[in-house]
Every structure is written in C-alpha cells, then in structure tokens.
Write a protein that binds this ligand. Sequence first.
Ligand code: ZN
Length: 483
Amino acid sequence: MFKIDKLIEMPKKEAFNWIDENKERIIEISDAIWEYAEVGLQEFKSSKLQAEEMEKYGFKVDMGVAEMPTAFVATWGEGKPVIGYLGEYDALPGLSQKAVHHKEPLEEGRPGHGCGHNLLGTTLLAAALATQAAMKKHGIKGTLKYFGCPAEETLVGKAFMARDGVFAGLDAAIAWHGGQSNVASLGSSNAMNSMKFHFHGRTAHAAGDPWHGISAVDAVQLMNTGVETLREHVIPDARIHYVIEDGGHEPNVVPAYARSWYYVRAPEREMVDMLYDRILKIADAADMMAGTTHEVELLTAIYNLLPNRVLVDLVTSNLREIGPPAYTAEELEWAKQLAKSIPREQKIGGLKMSKRPGWEELIDVDIDTTTPDPWNEGEVMGGSTEVADVSWITPTVFFTTASSVLGSPGHSWQITAAAGMSIGHKGMLYAAKAAAGVTLDLLTHPELIPKAKEEFDKMRGGKAYKCALPPDLKPPLTQLKPM
Ligand SMILES: [Zn+2]
C-alpha cells in the first residue's frame, strides 16, 4: 500500500476541526434534504439549499448545467490541481419512513431517502468547505469543484454532465456513498443502457372484429420472447431486465399502444453496445411479426467504473487515521431493534455475497466499526452507477462508510430511517473528514496526482472516453413525477 509520512498534518487537522465545529449545520442540511425527499431531476429545494450554502463560502455557482435545472457546479480557488466532489441528493419513490427503528412511513406513498442520498451530497459539500478552510489558512493552491449531481438513482445526472464536458479539467474526483462498511472500492460496476420501447398498433373490438386490430401488446410479448432466447447466448455477467409499463387496459379492447422498459448491463461499454444492437433488431422483428411500428426512447447510457488504486489507498489511510465513529448505548440499541426487521438468512446471504474476508465475524454485528483492506479487486458489482462516466474522464475514487445498520437491504425503509438519524450523520461526518483528508493529501503531495493518472491510464487500457449518449438526446426531465 502507498503510504504518506505524517498523515495527519496541520492542514488536515484544520479541516477535521472545521467539520467538528460546523457539524450542526452539516446535519441540518442533510436533515432538510432528507425531509424534502425529492426524486431525480425534481430536486429543486435540495439543490438550491446546497448551492446557496456554497455561495455563502464564496464558491461561484453555475446552476442548471447540462440542461438539468437541478444540476450545478460550485467552484472555488485557482490553478491546478483541480479536485472534484460528486454529490447527489435524489430520493426514491415510495420509501417515506420516519427515523425510527420499525417500519412507519413519514407520509405513506411519498418518496424517501431509501439510498441515503441526503447524506451523499452533504458529505462532500462539507468536505469541500473544510478543505477550503484549511487551504485559506495555510495558503494552499488549487481549485475545488463541488458537483451537484441530480438523478443518480436513474443513472442520468453525471452521464449528461459528462457528455456536456462539465467534468473537463479535473485532476481527480471523489465520490462517496453511505454503506455498511468503511472501505474504498477496488471493484467495478456494470455499464448500462436504459431504454423504453413504444409499440403502436390499431385498436378494434377484441371479440367483435379482432381481425381489424393490430395488438401492440403482441409486439411487446414477441419482443420479450426474442430477448429470452437471446439470453442463452450472452456472457454470464450480462444482465437484461424489463418491465411492461403499459400492456393495454382491458381484454376486450385490442391495445393500440404498449410500452416496455429495458435495462441492459455488462462489464464493459462495448458489450452493452453489442447487446443493445441485438435487442433493437429483436424489436424490429417483433414489428414484422405483429404488424406494429415502434420507436425507441433511450433514457441513459453509461460506462463501467474504473477503480484507482492510488486514490483507494489514500482513502484507506485517511479512514484509518481518523478512525470510525464511536456509538452511544442508545444508538447501538436502536440498531439492534432495527436489525430485528432484517431476516438472518438475508443478512448472511448479503455478507457472503460481498466476498469480504472474515465476513462470518460480522453476522452478529449491527454497525461495522472496522476499516478493512479493500477486497473486491477485479469484481464487478451487478448494479451500475454514473460515477463510472467520471471515472473514465479523471482518476476517481468511490468509497463508503457505515451509515446504516449492517444487513439493511439496498433501497429500503431501513436505510431511509438511518439516514435521518445520528447513525447516518456519524457515517457522513466521518466520510467528510476522509474526503477532506484525501483532498489535502493530493494538494500538498504533488507526486500523488501523477501516480493516480498513471494508474488511470493503465486502467483505461488505451481507450478514450466517448460518452455513450447520443449528442442530441435531452435529459429525461419528467421521467419521475414529483409528489
Ligand atoms: Zn444510492
């Protein structure tokens, strides 16, 4: 592992103190966003709150970048290096939940922060401000850019920002996500396309004169059948999944319109392109069989994540130097109570699947307070993230800290609950310090960024980033409805 002498140096102490001194305000911002619980591309109040906070500290805010009203860039400082923070704030539909250890919605059916994104942006906003405080005091040169990235959940925000060059000129980028362990990731994520197929036929009475009808749902079904046969001939790591969003309304009306929504994922961008082409051909074939027409609506197209060992080692060193938070007896009891809602076999299954060495020791642990070595080198997680697109533009690190009860399912009320109380807050403040520490290491040890870039070039393997979104595609601003 790459080591830095005298890890905790004066500017870093300064930054950590800034976070301790300002923690009430940081928590206030996170809790406000938790309560707003705005879904992707509708995060008007959340993005405004963050942008105004950055402006108070002299960051120059550029609001509404990449044709998304809730995307912004806040910049402070001058010259090189330029360090970016990738912050998010979107909530998930239907996951409203009070900050209590049993299931109880704040408002039934409303969105909630079931992935803890209220903590995400706030953590990195705090890291940027703490770094700024240390830079000012010690006359450290460099530029900080906080990116307010909307719609992470639908994998939209950073892809469109990347296409529009918003991340150009960065020397490194830091992404953090609330999680259940304190660790930086050496793994990758799947590249992915998200697209809808709109089929059009002709309606008729389904019993009176069905021969006059052309069923759009027939085309949807034929297309799905075609894709199911394709499944046998794709690499095992590929993922193709779909829902039928509109399959007609009553059996006695031949549906003139039907719609499916597909995700296609694979460990490399080119593999997704190949599968996407095959699926488009299957949709054309469905038209021929059913007599329909259709159009494809591509919603987003993203890359696979490139880890960066140099930055991962820096995060690990900082997480260890700072040390994980201590929890009060009340917090531990709260976690224990919440843990009762998680089936034991599900928790064990999750730990086992993580392939973390020694995972058996965590079966009866509710909050992880260790800082393990990253263990997932070469692994590709099933899911996807548009942090990946940034990782093809500049050396990028993705890390987590324990911010929810161990074993909590992803996108769940259990995560909404923890993200709105002190366990989530502690994970956030810990991560904010680590991100500030990493930034100050990069700013004060000039040899680090060239090393990270060397690693970045190696990981890209000579391939350049070419955004997978068509140049004229607009962000899907109304994909999710505000509630
Ligand atoms: Zn998330």
